[in-house]
Write a protein that binds this ligand. Structure first.
Ligand code: FES
Length: 142
């Protein structure tokens, strides 16, 4: 599942605009549990919640072929899944927990190599908290 579009999800899909450190209201998230949010400080982030309600904010660019992760989804086990070839990321530390999938990019040695690279260059992660029904960047840290 991803946000719709004719092109591969390498383009932004109308990111929400943060108001300073207030990223978005939790109820702005749909069943994908993640979306793109433009921030002044860090550019566009993938912001969402895991199924247990833990908020997160990470870099938005898949380490494989640069799809926008905020257009993907959060899986039932709490990983951020790329909307293109479904690589999965741990939202707590930005590491890739599973490489790309599919007939071509799921070829195991290739998929493992991408995963290894993804763990050399993990996604940036940003400390966030839920306050007043919204996800906020935690002040003073990044
Ligand atoms: S672009 Fe993300 S897995 Fe291929």
């Amino acid at each position: 599942m991803q946000t719709p579009g004719a092109l591969p999800p390498i383009l932004h899909d109308h990111p929400l605009q943060a108001a300073g450190r207030r990223l978005l209201d939790v109820d702005q998230l749909d069943e994908r549990r993640v979306t793109e949010v433009t921030t002044t400080e860090h550019g566009v982030l993938a912001v969402g919640v895991t199924p247990d309600g833990t908020p997160f904010a990470t870099g938005n660019l898949c380490r494989h072929q640069f799809a926008k992760l905020g257009r993907g989804r959060v899986t039932d086990d709490g990983c951020l899944e790329c909307p293109w070839h479904r690589a999965a990321y741990d939202v707590t530390d930005g590491t890739m927990t599973a490489g790309p999938k599919g007939r071509i990019f799921g070829f195991k040695p290739y998929s493992w190599a991408i995963k290894a690279f993804g763990n050399v260059a993990p996604l940036r992660t940003f400390p966030v908290e839920v306050r007043d029904g919204a996800i906020w960047l935690v002040e003073g840290l990044d």
